[in-house]
Design a protein around this ligand. Structure first.
Ligand code: ATP
Ligand code: SF4
Ligand code: MG
Length: 397
């Protein structure tokens, strides 16, 4: 695999910034972002060109269903008798991406990197601190209560543990009936027929409507969570670690179910996971998050065959390899993830980064999420332009 870690070429060959239809595309070269004490610096010797994509640069395809620009979610830290505001947990710190209709974007990163906060902020389950979210052209952040309710019908959220979001005192049928009647999607006898149909769509039986959530194990319970989401006939589903709590064999069943439902209903998924192996087979594209930011985003086959960010390489090195005899060097990251209340200066990954070219610039320069070639975006100043794209994989038609 030709990656910066095992091929630390330091040349910046100018880079192929050819527009790519699948991913974020910078329209014009833009200077590196500066924040706080981090200065916008000219390209230093040995660094790749410090051009990158900013939220304003994002070239959005016509069939984009969701467009997120510069999304921030800060949780205020308050101390003392007067609850003085002494700082913020920067859970999401300037995230931009889009999702085309019918695609699956995997959102991956270690625990606490802000995946759930991003997902919840997109649907305004938590009010974002800054940024913009457009769903099918609608400005989500300016919607009033009625319109937000309408949006929540079109964009659903599936939780890691559906048990905590299912009312334990309601049967599965009552839960689904409630959703259908609140959203006026069925009435009279049609409600029960629809409940049975929904349960069958997710691989359960109509008679399961009479049972309570605690009577189901993890996999079937997650199917109930998916049935509840499907009840409102959504276009987008944010699946927040929907299989993390399940046994591996059950994980595959739920992922297959999600894929089948996507084919059948043309659904768009934002699929959140902390493990790259989980999202590999369901995602069209994958975004890797670290400390509230997207640090790499690319088509799946590109990201898995040629991870550019040292962080992505480390995550990928932890994924078990099924092929016997294939060399697999595990990259063990030193130290813990820094606190999002006090993120490091410059590149947020610099205290843990194992890149052989890491230097003082890494602690000073905020790396832009730059197209390193072929629409493969990475936020690392030591990854040369032109090193993006798939490696060892024939291009798809
Ligand atoms: N309501 C809240 N108040 C204060 N801090 C919060 C709140 N919710 C999340 N955080 C903090 O924001 C950061 C991001 O949390 P978040 O739950 O979004 O991460 P995550 O990537 O989903 O993690 P996990 O993989 O464990 O689910 C963490 O430091 C977390 O402690
Ligand atoms: S610290 Fe950041 S910018 Fe520097 S080499 Fe590592 S990932 Fe790249
Ligand atoms: Mg989470």
């Amino acid at each position: 695999m030709n990656t910066p870690l095992n091929n630390p070429s330091n040349d910046a060959p100018g880079g192929d910034t050819t527009a790519h239809p699948e991913v974020l595309t910078p329209r014009e070269p833009t200077p590196v972002a500066a924040s706080g004490s981090d200065m916008a610096l000219p390209p230093a010797r040995g660094n790749s060109d410090l051009r990158g994509q900013t939220p304003e640069d994002m070239d959005v395809p016509d069939d984009a269903l969701l467009v997120v620009r510069g999304l921030k979610k800060y949780f205020p830290i308050r101390r003392g008798f007067f609850s003085r505001h002494v700082g913020d947990v920067k859970a999401v710190d300037g995230v931009s991406f889009f999702m085309r209709r019918g695609e699956t974007l995997g959102l991956v990163g270690e625990s606490g990197c802000g995946k759930t906060s991003a997902g919840r902020a997109i649907l305004r389950m938590e009010e974002p601190t800054a940024g913009s979210v457009r769903f099918d052209g609608q400005d989500v952040l300016s919607l009033d209560r009625d319109n937000l309710r309408r949006l929540r019908r079109r964009a659903q959220y599936v939780f890691q543990d559906p048990y905590s979001s299912l009312n334990p005192r309601m049967t599965v049928g009552d839960t689904l009936r409630e959703v259908l009647t609140v959203h006026r999607l069925a009435s009279g006898a049609a409600v029960d027929a629809r409940v049975g149909q929904l349960l069958e769509v997710v691989g359960l039986r109509a008679e399961h409507a009479l049972r309570y959530p605690h009577e189901f194990s993890g996999g079937p319970r997650q199917r109930i969570g998916i049935a509840r989401a499907l009840a409102v006939e959504p276009e987008l589903i944010i699946c927040d670690e929907p299989v993390s709590a399940l046994d591996v064999s059950v994980q595959a069943q739920v992922i297959n179910l999600l894929r089948d439902l996507q084919d059948e209903f043309g659904l768009t998924y934002l699929f959140i996971a902390h493990d790259l192996s989980v999202v590999e087979h369901i995602s069209d594209r994958v975004a890797v998050m670290y400390l509230g930011r997207i640090v790499e985003i690319a088509d799946s086959r590109v990201l898995y065959s040629n991870p550019l960010m040292p962080y992505t390489q480390a995550l990928l090195s932890a994924v078990p390899v099924a092929e016997p005899g294939r060399k697999h060097n595990r990259i063990v990251l030193q130290g813990d993830v820094p606190s999002p209340a006090n993120p490091p200066s410059g590149c947020p990954f610099h205290p843990r980064c194992p890149h052989p070219l890491k230097d003082a610039d890494c602690a000073r320069i905020v790396p832009p999420l730059a197209d390193k070639g072929g629409g493969h975006f990475a936020a690392c100043i030591k990854v040369p332009l032109g090193s993006g794209g798939a490696r060892g994989v024939p291009p798809t038609a």
